[in-house]
Design a protein around this ligand. Structure first.
Ligand code: PMP
Length: 653
């Protein structure tokens, strides 16, 4: 089965509670249990000797040929009684006895789960005696928690722990005095709570973390898998999960039907944080982001230079300025940008995003030429406000709006020179020609080499301003700072946006002096255009891109991605895999060669479930866009390719 995962569980020989673990496991994850010989009595000394490192190493060795993805140490008490160093030694011994694979332990998983639940002060409900429980208390204190109360059931043996009834657990939880605590923790490996956690949590109104639950939670998290049941408490979704689900339902009622939020999944992940190429959802599940928030997070999430640039600006108190003033960070940015632009594009005009920048370019060209109509290209996408929409042939459901203004003549991308001449020579002449350097939204489509340059020559010849839209491709995406460098051309106006703002809203046009000096004061402005926070983020981000040589990073991503994706060509529904720099598209087609939107969506949705975010593109939503951040590493690219391979196989019938 593709993506089948194996957890090796090392577990004392009393064998209590094997069933408990299965309750959490989703399909395609298995637990292989090795029981090792122990004394079985629950005194401090006996437990200490049960956790003997040689015994654990020998048990782990038995799993060598099974080759699990992970080993979980199930003897909770042996871990906390020995203390953290001893537990670490147990884990190292298990790992080195079994091919060096990752090892997790129950006590440290409890600590991680409590941290995940946001607990600082905890109440303990212990099945053990007071002597053993005291060791657990000091383990928790060593891990930074304060204790509000402790209750010992003192069951005496694993078989007695197993026999504690549901009613008794509920009674004991009631008397554990958890009112002052953030969470209730039940240590112990033999605790059968899997079907009771949700009830207990409801009763005491806080997360309940038990040993086996925490261990499997940590194991599934490490393997990037979701548990099979949502009855299993805060960690597995019955607590936080139901809140998340109702948030989805809420959002569905509040958001307009034009929102894209539910386009791929009815229960999209709700992201809480990001680092580098990873995003983390509210439950702590991680996702590899190969969409970059529609091509924005090119330096990944939380880049330290960008964070400190923004923080400095925030600390200054100047978070907004409006269009009537300019501040130093904005001007410094314009100068920095000029250093990487052709010298002819010497004047800038700020905007809030890509569509506003496109509108500004159209307007600048209209003021300069005194003309009204435009040439644009089939498949082009320039934004969703009305002027940008008018020059976009990719209109999706806006097609029904009919004729828009300005009037536009759409030509084929890569069309014959004569066709361009025909329309540029027409009276009245067009106010401009608008073209994407690479058609991103249309499915990562490249114009033929040399064609853009020829278009620029013709535009110059006929006096038609050429507007090149590099909102998507700008700032290194295709392996050079701007895609126009590869064609050795200089447009009259260059439209920029997306990752320009380092994750903050920003857009801008850079243009030739004669055009950018031809429109009167105030003919284009908006309140938030390139506000100081966006400018600070843009400046920090561009400095980092120059220092880290982002275009070179994109070129090496291209090389690795190309190699990793080759295998996918074997699937009969893969019509094409194309890309340049850190920008790839995998086109999915039916047997008849028609766009296969359904299969594409199903692959992308399966990938999302497995922790990979892809970008939707293509004229019919039939292209899987891969737009990784420049900070992605070789291992992450291999992980992406592996998940795609698995999802392609799952969807190959
Ligand atoms: N131009 C291009 C080439 C784009 O890809 C986009 C956004 N996908 C835009 C313009 C519009 O940018 P925004 O969404 O910021 O308005």
């Amino acid at each position: 089965m593709p993506g089948f995962k194996k957890i090796g569980l090392l577990w004392p020989a009393d064998g209590r509670n094997d069933r408990e673990f299965w309750n959490w496991l989703p399909a395609s994850v298995s637990v292989l249990i090795v029981r090792y010989d122990v004394d079985g009595r629950l005194g401090v000394e006996q437990i200490e000797s049960d956790g003997d490192i040689n015994r654990i190493a020998a048990a782990a060795r038995l799993l060598r040929h099974v080759n699990p993805d992970l080993i979980a140490l199930g003897d909770c008490a042996a871990g906390f009684i020995g203390g953290k160093d001893f537990e670490r030694a147990q884990m190292d011994a298990a790992s080195s006895s079994c091919n060096g694979i990752p090892v997790i332990s129950m006590s440290s998983s409890i600590v991680e789960a409590l941290n995940f639940a946001g607990a600082r002060r905890v109440a303990i409900l212990s099945p053990y005696s007071s002597g053993v429980t005291e060791r657990f208390e000091s383990y928790l204190r060593d891990s930074g928690f304060s204790l509000s109360s402790g209750k010992c059931i003192s069951a005496g043996s694993e078989s007695l722990i197993e026999r504690i009834s549901s009613e008794r657990w509920i009674e004991e939880a009631d008397s554990a005095e958890a009112a002052e605590a953030d969470a209730l923790v039940v240590p112990g490996g033999g605790v059968s709570l899997s079907t009771l956690i949700a009830r207990l949590e409801k009763r005491i109104g806080k997360p309940v973390v038990c040993g086996p639950g925490a261990l499997m939670w940590k194991a599934l998290r490490t393997l990037g898998r979701e548990p099979s049941s949502d009855r299993l408490g805060f960690l597995f979704g019955a607590g936080s999960g139901s809140a998340l689900k109702s948030m989805d339902a809420d959002a569905r009622q509040i958001l307009s039907t034009a929102s894209k939020v539910f386009a791929l999944s009815q229960e999209p992940p709700q992201f809480a944080s990001g680092k580098g190429a990873w995003l983390f959802d509210e439950r702590g599940k991680r996702y590899l982001d190969f969409a970059c928030g529609s091509g924005v997070a090119s330096l990944g999430y939380g880049h330290p230079a960008v964070v400190s640039g923004v923080r400095r600006q925030l600390d200054s108190g100047l978070t907004h300025l409006g269009p009537h003033f300019v501040n130093s960070v904005q001007v410094e940015y314009y100068h920095l940008l000029r250093e990487i632009l052709p010298p002819q594009l010497c004047r800038m005009h700020p905007a809030t995003n890509g569509t506003e920048a496109t509108e500004s370019a159209l307007k600048a060209a209209m003021h300069f030429t005194g003309r009204k109509n435009f040439i644009s290209f089939i498949g082009g996408y320039h934004g969703r406000t009305l002027g940008s929409l008018a020059v976009s042939s990719a209109r999706g459901s806006n097609r029904i709006l009919g004729k828009l203004s300005p009037e536009v003549r759409f030509l084929e991308l890569g069309c014959d020179e004569m066709e361009i001449r025909n329309f540029m020579d027409k009276r009245p002449r067009p106010a401009g020609a608008v073209v994407e350097a690479v058609q991103a939204t249309n499915g990562v489509i490249f114009p033929p080499r040399g064609w853009l340059r020829r278009l620029a020559e013709l535009a110059e010849h006929y006096g038609v301003p050429l507007i090149i839209d590099e909102v998507f491709t700008g700032f290194g995406r295709t392996g050079t700072f701007f895609a126009i460098e590869q064609e050795q051309l200089v447009p009259d106006l260059l439209v920029l946006g997306k990752c320009l703002g380092g994750g903050f809203p920003a857009g801008l046009i850079a243009g030739r002096d004669e055009i950018m000096s031809a429109w009167p004061i105030g003919s284009q402005s908006s309140t938030f255009q390139f506000n100081p926070i966006s400018a600070a983020a843009a400046k920090a981000s561009l400095e980092a891109m120059i220092a880290e040589d982002s275009p070179a990073a994109a070129r090496s991503i291209e090389k690795i991605l190309r190699e990793q994706l080759v295998e996918l060509r074997e699937f009969p529904f893969v019509a094409d895999i194309r890309g340049r720099g850190a920008m790839f598209g995998i086109e999915i087609a039916t047997r008849e060669g028609k766009p296969d939107r359904k299969r594409c969506k199903s692959i992308r949705s399966a990938a999302l479930d497995r922790g990979l975010i892809t970008w939707e593109c293509g004229s019919d939503g039939h292209v899987i866009g891969l737009i990784p951040p420049f900070v992605v590493d070789e291992g992450q690219i291999a992980l992406c390719a592996g998940i795609l391979r698995e999802c392609f196989s799952l969807n190959s019938h």
